[in-house]
Write a protein that binds this ligand. Structure first.
Ligand code: HEC
Length: 479
């Protein structure tokens, strides 16, 4: 527990530091008034409008000046607390590519503007439009698209659907990057691309056939037995609004074996679904020419035990939903096996987790260390939990003077998960340790995707909405 309170303290100091900077700047520049037209419109254009415009994923547009003025207090709140633009990695994380973050100066201008009454100012002072840089347009080597289009299921508030796509790879192929183009921009909240190796294709096809309509309902992963447990570490990439796609950095590429398929998981917000809301989300893939000198990305998989208890005393009745045995009986056999086996990997026991004092159950922590096998360069990182997750961290050589945080997400939000690529590669040495930490809140009922309140129950590993995971990965290249 201690660690997280230190994190909290550092975050607090960071905020205080920012604030004192703001006060100094405010007093020295008190003469220059900040108006909507002179400063704010440009900041919003660069940082907010790709989601907050007509037809965008955000629930309202920030294009109309009057509207922005009316929302000044809400804008202050989300900017001050780093809620918007959505960017989960906290300040302890290393600098990442494509960060969606306001600069300290931009933040300060917005806060000064709101504090001075959010004046509109003079429209002639509006600087010329400068939209944010987008990843360069590239001609795709493969275009894969959902076919036929899919009408999101309005019976659920959040519809998570998996679609099986065939990139028609006749030989083992290095993928250098991808772009995702949502068909219905206002409905598609996130997209995860999973690689399905040739040996798992028939399982995926069977899963697809088993459910009527295009694709199948899925949640934490594609839900294919046998390959499900580590499917996420097999992901090609993530997409959330505001990041069109990724070009894998430092001449790295992901190797897809001949005959591989892609499962595209789409998370739809369904509140505004009508009978015309058919979605056909599309993926562009960039492939390396044969013989290209690129370095294949390797994945180091990280996972920690998931033994999340209900608040209050541990029940003695094995049929109680808060008892581990009930959770094991509910689970898919693969995940029940994994839930036990992971303790051997991590050198922990179920009993040890059951003996812990979990207080009110709102900050249950799990962790596991893994050894680096060979020298390399870490290029990117990912961490994944479901709805009960509140914070996660991946750290290199923790508890040593060389400790380095690879990812720190102080406020986990399932809706804004992603994979992150470092601005500078981070060296890994054989023998280094990498720790994954996950923290969960199981103290109260939460809203499930079918709009029902779900009370706490014992949670082990699983792919369902009501199961949990503590799964991470480090993408690296060998050296
Ligand atoms: C990547 C997409 C994206 C970007 C960029 C973005 N927003 Fe948002 N914003 C959303 C979404 C989606 C919501 C709805 C709540 C949610 O899903 O988190 C939202 C909600 C909000 C809210 C309402 C908060 C609430 O609690 O409901 C405000 C205010 C806001 N955004 C302001 C901004 C401002 C100001 C910026 C730029 C500095 C910005 N947003 C950038 C997607 C975005």
């Amino acid at each position: 527990m201690k660690k997280w309170s230190v994190v909290g303290l550092v975050a607090l100091l960071g905020i205080a530091g920012g604030l004192s900077g703001y006060l100094i700047a405010a007093s020295s520049q008190a003469q220059t008034p900040v108006t909507y037209y002179s400063h704010i419109a440009g900041i919003l254009e660069r940082n907010c409008l790709n989601c907050h415009s007509a037809g965008g994923v955000a629930p309202f547009s920030l294009e109309d000046p009057q509207r922005v003025v009316r929302m000044a207090a809400a804008i202050k709140y989300v900017v001050e607390n780093d809620i918007m633009p959505p960017w989960p990695p906290g300040p302890l994380s290393p600098p990442m590519l494509d960060e969606r973050r306001l600069s300290p100066e931009e933040k300060e201008l917005i806060l000064r503007w709101v504090a001075s009454g959010a004046p509109l100012g003079d429209p002639s002072q509006r600087p010329p439009s400068s939209p944010p840089p987008r990843p360069s347009e590239r001609t795709p080597d493969r275009v894969v698209i959902m076919d036929p289009p899919y009408l999101p299921n309005k019976a659920r508030s959040d519809d998570y659907r998996c679609f099986l796509l065939d990139p028609q790879l006749e030989r083992d192929t290095l993928v250098t990057g991808y772009r995702v183009y949502p068909g219905q921009k206002s409905l598609v909240h996130h997209v995860i691309l999973f690689v399905i190796g040739p040996d798992a294709v028939s399982a995926a096809e069977a899963r697809d056939r088993a459910e009527p309509g295009p694709g199948w309902t899925c949640y934490g992963g594609p839900g294919l037995s046998g390959v499900g447990a580590n499917a996420l570490s097999n992901s090609l990439g993530f997409w959330v609004p505001g990041t069109d796609g990724t070009d894998f950095p430092h001449k790295s590429a992901r190797l897809l074996r001949a005959g591989s398929r892609i499962v595209m998981q789409v998370h739809y917000h369904t509140a505004h679904v009508t009978q015309n809301s058919y979605d056909a989300t599309k993926v562009h893939l960039f492939l390396a020419p044969e013989g290209a000198s690129l370095i294949p990305l390797q994945g180091m998989i990280l996972a920690a035990p998931v033994e999340i208890r209900c608040p209050g005393p541990y029940p003695s009745d094995p049929n109680d939903p808060c008892h581990r045995e009930a959770a094991m009986r509910r689970a898919e056999p693969d995940f029940a096996l994994l839930s036990d086996a992971i303790h051997q990997i991590c050198g922990t026991t179920v009993q040890e987790y059951l003996r812990r004092d979990i207080g009110d159950g709102s900050a249950q922590r799990t962790q596991c260390d893994f050894r680096v096998r060979q020298n390399g360069l870490a290029l990117g990182v990912i961490s994944h939990m479901h709805m009960r997750g509140t914070a996660t961290r991946i750290e290199l050589n923790p508890d040593t003077p060389q400790a380095k945080i690879l990812l720190d997400i102080p406020r986990w939000d399932f809706n804004w998960q992603g994979n992150y690529w470092f601005q500078e590669p981070i060296p890994l040495k054989a023998g280094d340790r990498v720790r994954i930490v996950c923290v969960y809140d199981n103290s109260r009922a939460i809203m499930g995707p079918d709009r029902q309140m779900v009370p706490p129950r014992y949670m082990i590993w699983g792919e369902g909405t009501l199961d949990e995971m503590c799964l991470g990965g480090v993408a690296f290249i060998r050296q």
